[in-house]
Write a protein that binds this ligand. Structure first.
Ligand code: FE2
Length: 355
């Protein structure tokens, strides 16, 4: 993301430049990113993260936090890019999936800018954006995708025009499992710092113990039974470090197992890790070992782009705009349960350097 002077000089003398601003507001992050189809690609990445005092996320509280920070984040992104709204070629917005009240803040801001300045409005699916940012930064064009976050756990790959789901959690998401366990076991805050979740810190010195369920059903994983059983073990007086170590081992190994079967089934030769939990060092290591054992290429989204951000929305918006995908302002409604396999991906396997 260098400074404005470098960006301006590197953009001189090239073909037609397209610049898109993207707004993310599906969960706990209000993010505004600005992306160009020319190097250095990422021109701005401004964010405000909602962190609850304690407990989980309350959608209304998030929405009010977003409303009071939206203008500030937008201004910061434009300043960092050295651009005005008039310089933009499109406004992309994550319309789902996510929490209704939070999504509506981003959608409202995007619709307002698009109509006020007469800019194309580009609808973006949040899960597609997590995949596109991973393909873009790793250069792996046709991978099997492990998408793990607070609210999502799925194995995906592109087949026949769309990202298809080859496995997912039957109940809670991997990030939710780790965060809820940390909170209930009293080792919160669970936020990832330097690639480490509080579960990782707690696991240090722990060893594998018997008694926790490893649940893989066909191509799906299940984590809620694991969560309940682990909390029960704490109550029974098992060593916290052993329970943390074992919970983490089972949770990570089961998702890697279904990813490996997807690789075998699809015959794809690349693997990519994305989403908030992709910042976890141990999970990155396990994914890379699996890829190495199978002799396929591996990459992971860098930790700073693993969590929710506006850059991935802008990037996906730019790819979509290059295929004329826009939405009328009055039809740009949020879709809380917008499934990834409902979205056509006509630009595949293009990334920005092809535009
Ligand atoms: Fe996300």
């Amino acid at each position: 993301m260098g400074n404005a002077a470098i960006q301006n000089s590197s953009r001189q003398g090239e073909g037609e430049e397209i610049v898109v601003l993207g707004i993310e507001s599906t969960a706990h992050t209000f993010g505004v990113g600005i992306v160009s189809n020319k190097p250095p690609y990422i021109l701005a990445d401004a964010r405000a993260n909602y962190k609850p005092e304690k407990g989980g996320i309350l959608p209304r509280e998030v929405a009010s936090f977003f409303s009071s920070n939206a203008a500030k984040v937008l201004r910061k992104a434009l300043e960092d890019a050295g651009l005005g709204i008039r310089d933009l070629d499109g406004i992309a917005v994550a319309l789902g999936p996510g929490m209704g009240p939070a999504l509506r803040v981003g959608a409202t801001v995007a619709r307002a800018i698009a109509s006020r300045y007469g800019k194309p409005l580009i609808p973006v699916n949040h899960a597609v954006a997590h995949i596109e940012i991973a393909r873009q930064v790793t250069g792996l064009r046709d991978p099997v995708v492990i998408y793990v976050a607070g609210g999502n756990t799925s194995i995906l790959s592109f087949v026949d025009g769309r990202y298809r789901v080859f496995g997912e959690t039957l109940d809670i998401a991997l990030g939710n499992l780790l965060d809820t366990f940390a909170r209930e076991a009293g080792i919160a805050p669970p936020y990832i710092v330097d690639g480490k979740h509080s579960i990782d810190v707690c696991s240090e010195g722990g060893t594998y113990i018997d008694g926790l369920p490893y649940i893989v059903k066909g191509q799906d994983v299940s984590y809620s039974g694991l969560l309940t059983a682990a909390l029960r073990m704490i109550e029974k007086g098992y060593k916290l470090s052993d329970v943390c170590f074992t919970l983490r081992e089972i949770a990570f190994s089961s998702i890697i197992e279904v990813a490996e079967r997807c690789v075998a089934h699809t015959g794809k030769t690349q693997l990519v890790l994305t989403g908030g939990v992709a910042a976890n060092r141990l999970l990155r290591e396990k994914a890379s070992i699996m890829a190495r054992n199978r002799g396929i290429e591996y990459g992971a989204v860098p930790p700073r782009l693993a969590g929710d951000n506006g850059v991935m929305i802008a990037l996906t918006g730019l790819l979509a705009l290059s295929h004329g995908i826009t939405v009328d302002v009055e039809k740009a409604l949020v879709r809380q349960r917008w499934r990834v396999d409902k979205v056509d991906i006509p630009w595949y396997p293009k990334i920005l350097e092809d535009l």
